[in-house]
Design a protein around this ligand. Structure first.
Ligand code: CA
Length: 235
């Protein structure tokens, strides 16, 4: 008997709930449902889901409230799925600790990929303490060698500077997750750095010149406009 990952879907819309149940059960997940924030709270604490899929517009509260309070005691993966498409809403959810943000409507394969990534990421973080990443990240022609502190493109050293390397390796460590500008700046330049996206944009432009064939159409590091950056999924 195999062990299934348990997914809690917090969603009040009946047709979307049915969609989630059908898709997730077909992909061998154990699915539990909550249609209010209060119910979600009690299921999170009593059922210990492996992943929470969280709608923000709930009948009794804003899903953001659940995100905030769970993050006070747990790093369980939480994927926000919302009809709110404004950048501000994405940034808020990600900065409050959401692992990912999916905008409705969304495709099945996108949803499943995000769930796999969230689970993989949290498992990897159990194994390696933050900042102590070792081994190799590989996607297509790009290799991040965490031991040598080098990035290779099609076998050739990309010659990144120290900060450029730290930026790429940070994205690699959180593959599958959008990192907000604020988070990246604090990780790379420290908590006292003023949140100024310009320094980050300049660094990213330099990185792209070194690692992308066509920096205007990146294959490895993607911009989430107004939100932050995401690295390509590993092979
Ligand atoms: Ca809703």
């Amino acid at each position: 008997m195999d062990i299934k990952d348990r997914i809690l879907v917090v969603e009040d819309d009946k047709s979307i709930r049915n969609f989630f149940r059908t898709i997730l059960e077909a992909n061998n997940y154990d699915v539990i449902m909550a249609d209010t924030g209060a119910e979600a709270y009690s299921m999170i604490t009593s059922q210990c889901p492996d992943v929470v899929i969280l709608d923000l517009g709930l009948p009794d509260m804003d899903g953001i409230k659940i995100l905030k309070s769970v993050r006070e005691w747990s790093s369980m993966p939480i994927i926000v799925v919302s009809a709110r498409t404004h950048e501000r809403d994405k940034v808020e959810a990600l900065d409050l600790g959401a692992d990912d943000y999916i905008t409705k409507p969304f495709g099945t394969s996108e949803l499943l990929a995000r769930i796999r990534n969230a689970i993989r990421h949290v498992r990897a973080s159990y194994l390696t303490p933050e900042g102590m990443q070792t081994g190799i990240f590989r996607s297509g022609g790009m290799v991040i060698d965490y031991d040598k502190h080098r990035v290779y493109i099609d076998g050739a050293d990309a010659n990144l500077t120290q900060n450029e390397y730290r930026l790429v390796s940070l994205l690699g460590r959180y593959a599958g997750k959008v990192l907000t500008y604020d988070f990246i700046i604090k990780e790379i330049w420290g908590p006292n750095m003023k949140t100024d996206n310009r320094i980050l944009r300049v660094n990213m432009a330099n990185i792209r010149r070194k690692i992308e064939k066509n920096p205007a159409q990146p294959r490895y590091i993607f911009t989430e406009v107004g939100v932050g950056y995401r690295i390509v999924d590993p092979d």
